[in-house]
Design a protein. Structure first.
Length: 421
């Protein structure tokens, strides 16, 4: 079913990533950002568990039969490269896991570029609704091509150039079509609530510098740190922000993770480690300093992430999250609650509590594969549950379409400030 025939009322706020970067702005990706990236490994053992066998005589016979009909009867010209790639896409699609996908060499290279802190795209975070499959703009970055073109939070993407979106399309696939070289144009058609007709925007792509951390001192010596996503440079920027605010005399800090789609697990863990004492014990935890635990499909513990840097912050704190806070944002929020660092304010988060590993294949392409589930220090799961705030506070309706919200009108921020001791 084409999105243009879809009912748009009551769209759920879910997320993936932005205009196409592994996690956010301008390029496009999703909140399923990988825990790690590694080269293909030699996997020993028999994979035949009695289920599907791609090497069976029956499978090979059926494949050959289909290929024969295509080769002899198919009317249109065939793109052999696209045809080959579709086989690999099909293998991953057969897992029925929206977070496990295949990347061509070009797609993989772009994704690695995104983690470096810059990319070429339109500069917007996008997400996919788990409720109805629609893909929508979460937030254009300030001064980005997306913002300058007039795209707004909540715009539902219907078409990218000549490609009409359907509800079964993968977010990564759509993101790849939105991304592109600096100076090139992409035409995006959207549905916007309250508008009688669909709207079309021509956006000129540009180089987007990923500013993952922004901070400032608010009134009453309250520090404010906003984290947009988790990439390689985020922890160092986060620590610098915490240190600088304390040197300016901050008596409390509010962290803002709203619309943060997540990113690298190691980044979230390193940032938590900077706030929490190494020998602290979280509510419900048996191990001191435990920040995160991951387990494989058999329940085996893959890794216990623990405090180890010897640094902590002794200030009143609060954290703001929303429905679009996902993945590594939820890792941070879960430990923030379990260690009683302060109140979590806002709306229940996205609920993505599984870990992906991006595995580079021998020809330079890659797969992103779900390999584990993660657990909060308390042992609670996050996947399909999310982090429930200590204080629920929904953003005022008249602010939801704004890209920039003034602090004095931001009811969620003001509620978080109220919780500080």
């Amino acid at each position: 079913m084409k999105l243009k025939r879809y009912c748009y009322a009551g769209l759920a706020s879910l997320m993936l990533l932005g205009a196409f970067s592994g996690c956010g702005s301008g390029n496009v990706s999703d909140n399923s950002k990988e825990e790690s990236t590694r080269d293909a490994e030699n996997i020993e053992g028999d994979s035949d568990d009695g289920g599907f066998d791609e090497n069976s005589k029956e499978t090979k016979k059926k494949t050959a039969e289909i290929e024969k009909y295509i080769d002899n009867l198919y009317y249109f010209d065939i793109d052999d490269e696209k045809r080959e790639e579709s086989y690999y896409d099909g293998i991953m699609n057969g897992l029925d896991d929206r977070y496990s996908v295949y990347y061509t060499k070009e797609e993989y290279d772009k994704m690695m570029e995104d983690d470096s802190g810059s990319f070429e795209g339109i500069g917007a975070t996008v997400s996919k609704s788990l409720e109805d499959g629609t893909i929508y703009i979460v937030k254009p970055l300030e001064d980005s091509p997306a913002e300058k073109s007039g795209l707004l939070p909540g715009d539902v993407i219907l078409r990218v150039d000549d490609m009409e979106l359907t509800t079964d399309m993968e977010l990564d696939y759509v993101v790849q079509h939105i991304r592109g070289e600096k100076g090139t144009d992409v035409e995006i058609e959207v549905y916007r609530e309250g508008e009688p007709d669909f709207l079309t925007f021509t956006v000129t792509r540009d180089t987007i510098e990923t500013k993952t951390v922004a901070y400032e001192m608010l009134d009453n010596d309250i520090g404010y740190i906003q984290v947009e996503q988790f990439i390689e440079n985020t922890p160092s920027l986060f620590k610098d922000a915490v240190d600088d605010l304390q040197s300016q005399g901050a008596k409390a800090i509010v962290f803002d993770f709203r619309s943060n789609p997540g990113g690298l697990v190691k980044a979230a863990v390193e940032m938590l480690d900077y706030l929490i004492e190494d020998d602290a014990l979280a509510d419900g935890a048996e191990t001191k300093g435990l920040l995160l635990q991951t387990k494989d499909k058999d329940g085996n513990v893959l890794e216990n992430y623990k405090c180890e840097d010897g640094h902590s912050v002794d200030l009143p704190m609060a954290l703001i999250i929303d429905n679009n806070s996902a993945s590594s944002s939820e890792i941070f929020a879960g430990a923030f609650q379990d260690y009683n660092l302060g109140k979590v304010v806002g709306m229940t988060s996205y609920g993505k509590g599984i870990v992906q590993s991006v595995i580079k294949l021998s020809d330079g392409s890659a797969i992103k594969l779900t390999i584990a589930q993660y657990f909060r220090p308390s042992g609670e799961v996050v996947h399909e549950v999310g982090i429930e705030p200590d204080i629920e506070e929904e953003l005022d309706d008249d602010l939801k379409k704004k890209i920039t919200i003034e602090h004095d009108e931001d009811n969620q921020l003001q509620k978080a400030i109220e919780t500080l001791d």
